[in-house]
Design a protein around this ligand. Structure first.
Ligand code: GLT
Ligand code: MN
Ligand code: MN
Length: 389
């Protein structure tokens, strides 16, 4: 039954073909359900209220398809999109499944493999643009190492940069309206992956030939695998104007790569994230890069998909409730209005300001004794989240 949490197209929720299409395989076990046809995925997601569907080249077109087969597959998929009012906001390339990429695409020691990688990515970019994608994600699944003496990590970074610069030029040359979003992950499937966190990518982007074309695609699970605070990482990306896309899911700290349903594990982190996105005008796709538990059949897959979107909307309402709560807002106002007369000493440096600041007497013991009241605030948040407020 529809209610206020039921997703709508304007919520801009998207899923990857590989997410709901995940057959429940893991390193120790065979698939537990059948793969779903792309057309069925498009139709069911649309019925559930999703807006977009993302894909790797080979989620749609098998790696060994002939040009004729490719054209038919793409035609059928476009028809399904049109019939269901679904869009493809983002596309990406699979440079990790085939054995040819076992030591990376961009960063392979073998120039023949790097050349094949570039060729495959250009073809996948063409496909993504044909389907309407505006964002192109790069997740360097095999860009890493087990044997860390086999590849010089400085060479690896240079090769990665050369590859991205080449592809930015390709996009410009083709006059495509397409930006790149780089997705970090610390490990899995490689022992160590280059660019393990969103922060690593934010620094790297500034060294590219066209930094304005390139942003990040942070994923909840990937930062949690690194033991980091996702809310803070996304804030840095937002503040830098680099949050081009986002992968929502969930993950327990210290575990294998789980890709759980959004908001299924850590409600508080998920709340902080949704509040951050909603309060800072993030208008991009809200993409769920997750999959149903291995215990599920197809019905469970749709429960999973509906659950991701519903939880986002519930948390959005909780965030609005937090902004409208007089007691909470009163505390936040007090926190934000302490000692306003000292603002004059802050901000941009001037010689006069520094001279004046050097004259100020601070009673640091008295300042250090002031209690901040964050316990009360944090408990109010807990009560709001737990539904008793
Ligand atoms: C893969 C990975 C994801 C990436 C996808 C895009 S593929 O499922 O685990 O985090 O976003 O390449
Ligand atoms: Mn993941
Ligand atoms: Mn992802």
């Amino acid at each position: 039954m529809a209610d206020v949490y039921t997703p709508k197209k304007e919520d801009k929720f998207s899923f990857g073909l590989w997410t709901v299409g995940n057959p429940g395989r893991d390193p120790f076990g065979d698939p537990t359900r059948q793969s779903l046809a792309p057309e069925r995925i498009v139709q069911r997601l649309s019925e559930l209220g999703a807006w977009g569907i993302n894909l790797h080249d080979n989620d749609l077109v098998p790696i060994d398809a002939t040009p004729q087969q490719r054209d038919k597959i793409v035609r059928d998929f476009k028809n399904a999109l049109k019939n269901c009012g679904m869009v493809v906001p983002m596309a990406t390339t699979n440079t990790f499944s085939h054995p040819v990429f076992k030591d990376g695409g961009f960063t392979s020691n073998d120039p023949k493999i790097r050349a094949y990688g570039l060729q495959k990515i250009m073809q996948a970019i063409d496909l993504g643009v044909e389907l309407g994608a505006k964002t192109y994600v790069f997740w360097g699944g095999r860009e890493g190492a087990e044997c860390n003496v086999a590849k010089d990590p400085i060479d690896a970074l240079k090769r990665y940069r050369d590859g991205l610069n080449y592809l930015c030029d390709y996009v410009r040359d083709q006059k495509y309206d397409l930006n790149f979003a780089l997705e970090a992950k610390p490990n899995e499937p490689r022992a160590d992956m280059y660019f393990p966190t969103t922060g690593h990518y934010l620094a790297f982007i500034e060294t590219l030939d066209y930094p304005e074309m390139v942003g990040v695609n942070p994923e909840v699970a990937h930062e949690h695998m690194a033991g980091l605070n996702f809310h803070h990482g996304v804030a840095q990306a937002l503040e830098a104007g680099k949050l081009f896309h986002i992968d929502l899911n969930d993950q327990r700290f210290g575990r294998y790569d789980q890709d759980f349903r959004f908001g299924s594990e850590d409600y508080k982190s998920a709340f902080l994230l949704v509040r951050l996105l909603e309060n800072n005008g993030y208008a991009g796709p809200k993409h769920f890069d997750a999959h149903a538990f291995r215990t599920e059949d197809e019905d469970g897959v749709w429960d999973f998909a509906a659950g991701c979107m519903r939880t986002y909307n519930i948390l959005r309402e909780k965030a609005a409730q937090f902004e409208a709560d007089a007691e909470i807002q009163g505390i936040l106002k007090e926190i934000g209005n302490q000692n306003p007369e000292y603002e004059q000493h802050l901000g941009k440096y001037s010689p006069e300001k520094s001279l004046a600041l050097k004259q100020v007497q601070f009673d640091i013991d008295a300042m250090g004794r002031v209690g901040l009241g964050y316990e009360r605030l944090d408990q109010l948040l807990a009560e709001l989240m737990l539904g008793v407020r």
